[in-house]
Design a protein around this ligand. Structure first.
Ligand SMILES: [Mg+2]
Length: 169
């Protein structure tokens, strides 16, 4: 298993755990519970990694700041997610670009916070995402990354692409 090398798995949410939502041709994220649908390969992946690895959610959710998603709905989504996979902690950035926070990817703030808080070794950490922001955040935090190859991120130039989360288990 490729993933065995990494004790600590950092997962992006939209496009990795659940399906992205297309709005006017743009990649977007769920804004209601109904739109929050788990991906099949994530469910399979979650079954396999459940007990052995530390798992952290590392997600930007700017729709909270933009008043496009209710905090209560986000909480329900993440409760559903915890039922599937027992995350050690969920790191959620609810800011937008103009907040200039340190957590919003491509900044590495959430990853670095997890590494520091849980005293993790960088070389035992892997970030899995579907966006150049995930890769940049991983690079800035000096950890490895995999990019899930999708039909909407073909323009991202990165060596470590995977076709499915299942290929890691
Ligand atoms: Mg994503």
């Amino acid at each position: 298993m490729k993933i065995n090398k990494y004790n600590n798995i950092f997962l992006d949410r939209d496009g990795i755990i659940n399906d992205v939502i297309f709005r006017d041709g743009e990649v977007s994220s769920p804004r209601s519970i109904d739109e929050f649908k788990f991906r099949d390969d994530f469910l399979h992946f979650a079954e396999k990694i459940n007990k052995k690895n530390n798992v952290f959610l590392i997600t930007n959710q700017p729709d909270i700041k933009r008043n496009l998603l209710k905090l209560d709905d986000l909480k329900v989504m993440h409760e559903k997610l915890m039922d599937i996979l027992d995350f050690n902690e969920m790191f959620v950035c609810m800011h937008d670009d103009d907040d200039n926070c340190q957590c919003r990817k491509p900044k590495p703030g959430m990853i670095l916070e997890a590494i520091s808080k849980y005293n993790l070794k960088h070389k035992e950490c892997i970030m899995i995402g579907d966006s150049s922001k995930d890769i940049k955040a991983a690079n800035a935090a000096s950890i490895d990354a995999f990019l899930l190859d999708t039909n909407y991120n073909k323009d991202v130039n990165f060596s470590y692409k995977i076709k499915s989360l299942v290929s890691l288990i």
